[in-house]
Design a protein around this ligand. Sequence first.
Ligand code: ASP
Length: 348
Amino acid sequence: MRFAVKAVIFMLLGATLAFAKPTIYILATGGTIAGSGSGALDTSYTSGTVTVDKLIAAVPDINKIATIKGEQISNIGSQEMNNEVWFKLANRVNELLTSGKADGVVITHGTDTMEETAYFLNLVVKSDKPIVMVGAMRNSGSLSADGPLNIFNAVNVAMNKEAVGKGVMVVMNDEIHAAREVTKTNTTAVDTFKSPNSGKIGTVFYGNVKFYMNPTRKHTVNSAFDITKIKELPRVDIIYSHSNDNPDFVNLAVKNGAKGIINAGMGNGNPFPSALEALGEAVKAGVVVVRDSRVGSGETTLNGEVDDGKYGFLASDNLNAQKARVLLMLALTQTTDKAKIQELFLTH
Ligand code: ASP
């Protein structure tokens, strides 16, 4: 008799555990996904007007698969994204995942700077649980708004066992991209997010998740950085190169206190001659200069057409300029040693 009672209790417990829904937090920051205009065909709209509760209410099916909790971190267009929101977001994600309160986190975000926030979180959050960023290219009131299905897919990725250990991911338009690789490539199209150097890591079709690749660079638990140890970020400017350029922006950046400069150079990271000399002077003044490229894909190689040894420049590997800026800011919180910073660019 006692045995029978125990067996029933074990069976009930097993069934409860088997059907226990994962807890997924949706942290909302704003963007077009939370935007609204005056009509379904109106191309003018304002980002960050819809609250997290309404975003969740638009996708009732996620409540069937997970225990969903929503929090509003900010409600801004991501062109307004800033260090203050980054720290708030990173600390909250870190706390939710390391405390065990959440099994995964979904972050709704504008698409303009989603790749920068994704890479920042990828480098500073200390958990291998899934962190999924999601947005939309069409505002919430638009005809064929892409936000609700993107959120449904993002929640499915965030609760997928195979998503563990992949760092921060961006889920948009049925595709899963790794934070380090993904970039926005089209101003208005729904298939704007691509990973030009390595391709997407997976797909998600109406919640059906499939992974094909793993990110190989250091992230989250293996990264050199930890959000709990970083209080502020130094100023790092991006300076874009072009034909018939001049040294003025480089000189101004140095004068105004930049600690680092990312040069989005021409081709394989080539600056115009007068800008090249100004960048060399910036190094002599103690600024860390990283050569990058305005091309959009491929590696910026050390000592290609530029004598990096002579000028004291570093090269970005194949990070785009906006991500190189994130990494250089974080690197400068630890060191100004150029060899160490170059090593961080080759490993993160
Ligand atoms: N400007 C918007 C933002 O980044 C664009 C978008 O979300 O698609 O917030």
